[in-house]
Design a protein around this ligand. Sequence first.
Ligand SMILES: Nc1nc2c(ncn2[C@@H]2O[C@H](COP(=O)(O)OP(=O)(O)OP(=O)(O)O)[C@@H](O)[C@H]2O)c(=O)[nH]1
Length: 334
Amino acid sequence: MIDKVPVIILSGFLGSGKTTLLTKILEYYAKGRLRPAVIMNEVGDVNLDGQLVDETIPMREMLSGCICCTIRGDLGMEIRNLVMESSPDLILIEATGVANPLEIFEAVTEAALLVPIDIRTMISVVDAGHFLEWRRKGTGKTYHLIEDQIRCASLLLLNKADLVSAAERDESKRLMAEINPKASIHPTVHCEISEEALNQVLLENNRLCFEEAQQKDPCSHSAHHHDNEGHCEHHGGYDHNHSYDHVMVYTHYFDRPLDSTRFEQIISELPDNVYRAKGIFTEAETGERKMFQYAYRQLDIFHIKPQGSVQDVAVFLGEQFPKLELKRKLEAAL
Ligand SMILES: Nc1nc2c(ncn2[C@@H]2O[C@H](COP(=O)(O)OP(=O)(O)OP(=O)(O)O)[C@@H](O)[C@H]2O)c(=O)[nH]1
C-alpha cells in the first residue's frame, strides 16, 4: 500500500498571518527533521510571500487565481509534481486570503484522485481586530467568508492579539467559539503557538470540522452568488460567482527606486477598502531593496535580499478602490 502524504491547509483572510504561521510551522518541522513541501497560492500575479520561505524548501507557486475556483484544475497536477520531484513528508498549502475553505477542501479532495494524499487538517488564522470590526457590521461577502474560514478549521489562531485590548480578545474568542465550538482557539502574537498545540493538531486527523461544516451549509454564504431573487446557486461549477469576485487586485511594477517617505505617506493614506498590500521596492536614499507588508492599516517595512531575480513591484488587494488614482500617486513617488 502506498503511504499517503498528509496535507495541511492554512486558511484565513488577507493579511491575517498565514505566511507568518507557515514560517513557524516550517521551523518546527526543521527541528523534527521532517521534510515539508509548500504550495503557495496568490490571487495576484507575483508571489512575494515565497521570499519569506527558506529556498531549500520545495515549493510550487500558483499565481493569478484561486485554487478553490479559477485555477482549481491545476492543483492536482502541482501536488503530483511536488510529490514526484521531492517526496515530501507532508505538504502545507497556503490558500489565498479570499479562498472559500469548503471549496479548497473539495479541490484537495479532487487532487487526491490523482496523487496519494490525505487531508489532515485545516488551520485558520483570524486577525482579532479585523474580525471584530467585520462582526460588528455583520454583513457582506467578506464577513461571511471569514465566518466560513472559522467554521471549517480544527485549529484557530486568534492572531494579532497585541493589537486589541484584553476585553476585545476575549470577545473575539467567545464569538469564534460560537461559530465553531469544536476547534481549539489560541490567542497568538505573530502566530506564536505552543509546540504542544501544533503537535496535537498536526498529528491527529482533524478533517471532521470541515466535513461537518459542509453538511451543515452545503451552499455556503461566501462561496456562492445569490441572484436578485435570493436563490442560491448550487455547487458544481467553480468558474463563476466566487467569493473572490468581489476582491480587486492591482499590481504596479516600479522601474526606478522610490522615495520611501513619499511611499509611506501613500500607504498611510490608502482607503479602508484596500485590505492588503505588499511588495518589494528599492529605496532611493540607500539603494537597498525593501519589502513592505500592509494589512489592516498596519505597515511593516524591512530590508530583504530577494531570492532569485524579483522585479520591484507592489500588489494591492481590496474592494472597488480607485486604481488609477493609486497608479498616479505611485508614479509620482519614483
Ligand atoms: N502586530 C502584529 N502583526 C502581525 C501579527 N502576525 C502577523 N503580522 C503582520 O501582518 C502582516 C501580514 O502577515 P502575513 O503572515 O503575510 O499574512 P497572510 O495571511 O499571509 O496575508 P496574505 O498574503 O494577504 O494572505 C505582516 O506584516 C506580518 O508581520 C501579529 O500577531 N501582530
